[in-house]
Design a binder for this molecule. Structure first.
Ligand code: A2P
Length: 409
């Protein structure tokens, strides 16, 4: 019965784990065994006394144990956290990112997936737990020529660009190293700037990567003459980008009441926060069905979304949910021929959206909605949702829909 640790297989120390069903000595180790759907509030008193929590995984496709681990770490649990049961090597990296210290697997699985398979799936930089503790710092980026004008500020991280991709003359995405202590909820935004002035210009950018990712991804418009994007569009791998330390936003699962279907309505770069949410297993824990709509002017402008969705099906964390049809994606174009043509507001109004999905129309009793796009799109969507009986929610007062402007400058 091996234990998979970040340094390799080890025998399970006494007391033996759940899979062995042993009656081993538990005097020195206060163990708390939790089912994947355990309620933290119900066991809060026991958390302080436990130095080992074992979370049971009954099926490879059940991601609830990962969310539970994250919630325990976020609630301040500092003891040993072990995943027990149906975890596969592809999920090991994510398990560590969620805060697990090790994984207890069966002999049978260890024979099918040897040690090398598991060690190939480790976090590049650090585990989620290290991030929470602020251990194993990310190497500081090399100083840039602009450093003589820019003075480091206490509330700003200096991060390195790891990837840049241009989609059209007006759209690009980039990835940054993630600071060890930078935490956010999927769907939130952060403030981004460049070290090109003593007082850099900062603009809000939705985090397009999920909260568990080792890097940070952003999707941006290029505004001719825009104070930030006229420079930001020229960054390349190795450059330094500034990131303010606090992330915030309303497009978070916490701002919505529980429901069955989650509609994510986006136009243009408004897809960015949803790129994060559709890759977060918590989204599928909370909703049976996730429907992402993206409306762009042309197919070239929808390419970031198309790439994202193609990759989601093969994602080791949410790929099973996506392949099982729990994520539906609808693309409509407004200035090019396309099977589904028109603004999302029109497609909802004339029922074309629901006909193309083969689903019933919006219903505030079962559906929740998030909206991200231009100011005009938000105004129109807000009116449409309110007419249909939806009410706007917030972090403090969750309700049936939330909106956020897709930030441009
Ligand atoms: P349209 O081409 O008809 O203007 P933008 O880049 O201007 O934010 O637009 C992105 C997409 O959002 C475009 O397809 C655009 O359609 C659409 N759009 C613009 N305004 C609205 C609105 N008020 N309601 C719904 N969709 C909109």
């Amino acid at each position: 019965m091996p234990l998979v640790t970040p340094t390799g297989f080890k025998p399970v120390p006494l007391p033996a784990g759940l899979l062995s069903g042993s009656e081993a000595d538990t005097r020195d180790t206060a163990i708390l065994d939790l089912a994947p759907d355990a309620d933290i509030e119900g066991v809060r008193n026991e958390l302080d006394q436990s130095n080992l929590i074992r979370i049971r995984f009954d099926s490879f496709a059940d991601g609830r144990g990962f969310s539970l681990a994250k919630r325990l770490r976020n609630a301040g649990y500092k003891g040993h956290l072990r995943a027990v049961g149906h975890i596969i090597s592809d999920q090991f990296r994510y398990a560590l990112d969620c805060g697990f210290d090790d994984v207890e697997i069966t002999d049978d699985l260890a024979a099918r997936q040897p040690e090398a398979d598991w060690l190939a799936n480790q976090p590049v930089a650090r585990s989620y737990r290290d991030k929470l503790r602020g251990e194993s710092p990310v190497p500081k980026p090399a100083a840039q020529a602009a450093e003589d004008v820019y003075q480091s500020q206490a509330n700003v991280f200096e991060q390195r660009v790891t990837h840049v991709e241009h989609f059209t003359d007006g759209l690009f995405s980039f990835r940054l190293t993630r600071p060890a202590s930078f935490r956010f909820r999927s769907g939130e935004f952060a403030m981004i700037g460049l070290p090109n002035a003593a007082r850099p210009v900062f603009r809000a950018y939705s985090l397009a990567s999920p909260a568990w990712d080792d890097e940070l991804e952003f999707y941006s418009i290029k505004v001719p003459g825009g104070p930030l994007t006229q420079h930001l569009q020229h960054v390349s791998v190795g450059d330094t980008v500034l990131l303010k330390k606090k992330a915030t936003g309303t497009l978070v699962l916490d701002a919505l009441q529980p429901g069955r279907r989650l509609f994510l309505f986006s136009t243009g770069t408004g897809i960015a926060p949803f790129a994060s949410l559709i890759r977060d297993p918590e989204t599928y824990d909370k909703f049976d069905q996730v429907i992402l709509t993206q409306t762009c002017r042309t197919s070239a402008e929808s390419r970031y979304g198309a790439k994202l969705i193609a990759a989601a099906a093969g994602d080791p964390i949410v790929g099973d949910d996506v392949s099982a049809g729990r994520l539906r994606v609808v693309t409509s174009l407004t200035r090019e021929d396309h099977p589904l043509q028109g603004r999302i507001t029109n497609l909802i109004g004339n029922d074309d959206l629901f006909r193309s999905l083969g689903m019933p129309a919006l219903n505030p009793d079962t559906d929740r909605a998030m909206v991200c796009g231009s100011v005009n799109m938000l105004t129109d969507m807000r009116a449409l949702l309110e007419q249909s009986g939806f009410e706007e929610g917030s972090n403090a007062r969750p309700n049936t829909y939330v909106v956020e402007r897709a930030f441009v400058d």
